[in-house]
Structure formats: structure tokens, C-alpha cells
Design a protein around this ligand. Structure first.
Ligand SMILES: C[S@@+](CC[C@H](N)C(=O)[O-])C[C@H]1O[C@@H](n2cnc3c(N)ncnc32)[C@H](O)[C@@H]1O
Length: 339
């Protein structure tokens, strides 16, 4: 088949096809007079290339994809996550633009403030880094959380906390839930047992792999607390355990905004995590560890961002959630909210 015929069949141009040839993505056989002879398999490959370009992949990425140098599902999953992030970013920009148009456009303080806030949010999304290397922890995670006997055990009452998250959400069979920072799927599993469908989001590819091996029914998605790869009002409830404390206080508020975005009206939200009731209790608990000579506890707390529960609660109440809290031990709390 000649290039023109292929272009007509695929609704594209000969120029586009030549471009992919130059990039080495498609290599048709050369026939007499140097004409390219496209076979059905070349056309099939071109169809794939055109589709991948439409979802925003670069030619370099497509090359890796076609050569099988990457796991194709993970690659598409990652691209979905990138697109969600762009979508959320663009929506934020439009929101600010609308506000600018309502007010004085000529560099007023309000306008500058809005633009500055937007910039900070973009940077927050871009700058979050996995300092704890969860990929490296994935295989051993389920074993490690059973380890006790150290001076500081963050997983004390782990199972009780997860069960309580499930019980306060009280999932129904037809519902769809989202577990953020799903890890190896221990919390999501409790919902699957009730017949609920679960999406599990995590930034760690290897955590997701372990999770999928254990629970093939979880819809595991690569993604981030700060730009969830889930549509608006796409889930009935959101849960999370032992994950939010990897975000700073400012990042946590952005994460709550994302949870709010993906929850249906009347949705529920439950977070079990390491936190302090407020700044005063944080101070007094740190003093208790200090008095006990428990440096391990102090180092561990300082290495992460245990939430100030009162800040989470205020954020939720300000957005009309009804909120209940529960404290399991010095550092482990639950926040349950319904809208
Ligand atoms: C300590 S594990 C908890 C896993 C599971 N929820 C549990 O209770 O066993 C924390 C998980 O949160 C994920 N995580 C941490 N920060 C994240 C972020 N900003 N976005 C998405 N996932 C995150 C990590 O990759 C890891 O899998």
C-alpha cells in the first residue's frame, strides 16, 4: 500500500506519516523506485501511534512503548495521571482568571495575591518528592508493619484503626470507594470483603504492583494526593490510612480539596493517620517522649508531617462537612466526615 492510501485510510496526512518514519516509529519496506510499501501490520502500528499521540504521548515515549521497553499498562496509567494533573492545573488557572475578570484587572493587590497562590499550588504539586522511597519498601511492607518491640511503634492498633475506618464508612455493595495511598491494599481489602468496588491510588509503582498481586480486583491507579486520577464526584467515599502524614500541612489542605472534588454530594471521608489533636497536645506529647528518653519517637515524628487534627477538622467544617474524631493512642487518630 502506498503512503497516500494509508493516510486516507487513517484520516491523517502523508507528512505526519513521514514524520513518524523519520522518528523511526514505523519502518515500511522499501519497494521499487524507493516507494514505501506499507503492509497491514504497519498500518496497525500507525493506528496505535496516532492514538498514543492523541492522548499526549511524545514520540520518544511512543518509541519505548512500541519497543516493549516499558510495561504498557503502567505507562498508560502514568500518562493518565499526568493528564489529570494538567486538567486540574488548567481548571485552577481558569478559576483564577474568572476571579480576575470579576475584579480590577490592572495589577490590583487581589489579582497579584491570586496569581501568587496559583503559583504556589503549581509548585506544591510539582515539588512533592517521595523522601521515604516507598518503592523500596513495597515487598517488605506487610512484614514490617507486624514488627513490634521497638521503642516507638507507629503500627500499634493498625488493624483496629483500619477496621474502624471501614465501619464508620459503612460501605454499601453498589458503592465505589477510593483509597488514597493504598499501599499494599490492606485497607481497601476490608471494603472488597463487603462487596464494594475500590479504586486504589498510590504514587509508588511497586506498592501498586504488590497491591494488585494480592487483590487483582482493585482498580489500582498511579497518582497523587495532590492531583487524584479520578473524575469529579466520581466516588461515594474516600478513605486513607497511614499516608497523609507524608504531606506538609499546606499540602494536606490541597489533598483535602482534591478529596472534596472527587466525592459525590453526600459522600463520606475517613482518614486514619498519625496526628496530634492540636499544637498544644503535640508539644506535650513530644515532651513526654523526651522525658521518657525516647529519641527514636522524636526522630520518627520529626521525619514526617504528623497532622494537626484541629486544622483538618476546621478545613472540613468550613466546607460544610459534619466531622467526628477518634483517638486510638498518643499519635493515632481518625477523622470521619460526611457532607
Ligand atoms: C505507610 S504506607 C500506608 C499504606 C496503606 N494505606 C496502609 O495503611 O497500610 C503509605 C503509602 O502512601 C503512599 N503515599 C505517600 N505519599 C503519597 C502521595 N503524596 N500521593 C500518593 N500516595 C502517597 C506511599 O507510596 C505508600 O504506599
Amino acid at each position: 500500500m502506498r503512503i497516500k492510501e494509508v493516510a486516507n485510510r487513517l484520516g491523517t496526512t502523508t507528512r505526519t506519516i513521514r514524520f513518524y518514519e523519520e522518528k523511526g516509529l514505523v519502518k515500511p519496506e522499501k519497494g521499487a523506485n524507493d516507494y514505501r510499501n506499507y503492509k497491514e501490520e504497519d498500518v496497525k502500528e500507525l493506528k496505535g501511534i496516532l492514538a498514543l499521540r492523541e492522548v499526549g504521548m511524545s514520540t520518544v515515549q511512543i518509541k519505548k512503548f512500541l519497543k516493549g521497553e516499558v510495561d504498557q499498562f503502567s505507562f498508560l496509567d502514568m500518562q493518565r495521571s499526568v493528564l489529570y494533573e494538567e486538567m486540574i492545573q488548567i481548571r485552577d488557572m481558569i478559576g483564577v482568571l474568572d476571579k480576575m475578570m470579576e475584579g480590577d484587572l490592572t495589577g490590583s493587590e487581589d489579582t497579584m495575591e491570586l496569581a501568587q497562590k496559583l503559583k504556589e499550588i503549581k509548585q506544591m504539586r510539582k515539588n512533592w518528592k517521595d523522601r521515604w522511597d516507598f518503592d523500596a519498601q513495597a515487598e517488605q511492607y506487610d512484614e514490617n508493619i507486624k514488627t513490634t518491640g521497638y521503642g516507638f511503634n507507629v503500627h500499634q492498633q493498625y488493624e483496629e484503626a483500619l477496621t474502624r475506618v471501614r465501619d464508620c464508612i459503612n460501605p454499601l455493595r453498589h458503592e465505589l470507594g477510593l483509597d488514597i495511598g493504598v499501599g499494599t491494599g490492606n485497607l481497601a481489602e476490608l471494603f472488597l470483603d463487603r462487596g464494594t468496588q475500590m479504586i486504589g491510588v498510590d504514587q509508588s509503582e511497586r506498592m501498586l504492583r504488590v497491591c494488585l498481586n494480592k487483590h487483582p480486583n482493585i482498580d489500582a491507579r498511579r497518582g497523587h494526593f495532590l492531583s487524584l486520577p479520578v473524575s469529579d464526584k466520581g466516588v461515594d467515599f474516600v478513605v486513607s490510612s497511614y499516608a497523609l502524614h507524608h504531606l506538609t500541612d499546606e499540602e494536606k489542605e490541597l489533598a483535602l480539596a482534591e478529596m472534596d472534588r472527587v466525592l459525590i454530594n453526600g459522600g463520606r471521608l475517613a482518614i486514619a493517620d498519625l496526628m496530634f489533636e492540636n499544637q498544644a497536645t503535640k508539644k506535650s506529647i513530644l515532651q513526654q517522649y523526651l522525658d521518657e528518653g525516647n529519641d527514636e519517637a522524636i526522630d520518627a515524628i520529626n521525619d514526617e508531617y504528623y497532622a494537626d487534627r484541629s486544622r483538618l477538622v476546621s478545613w472540613l467544617i468550613d466546607r460544610d462537612y459534619r466531622v467526628e474524631t477518634h483517638q486510638f493512642n498518643r499519635i493515632l487518630h481518625l477523622v470521619f466526615a460526611s457532607k
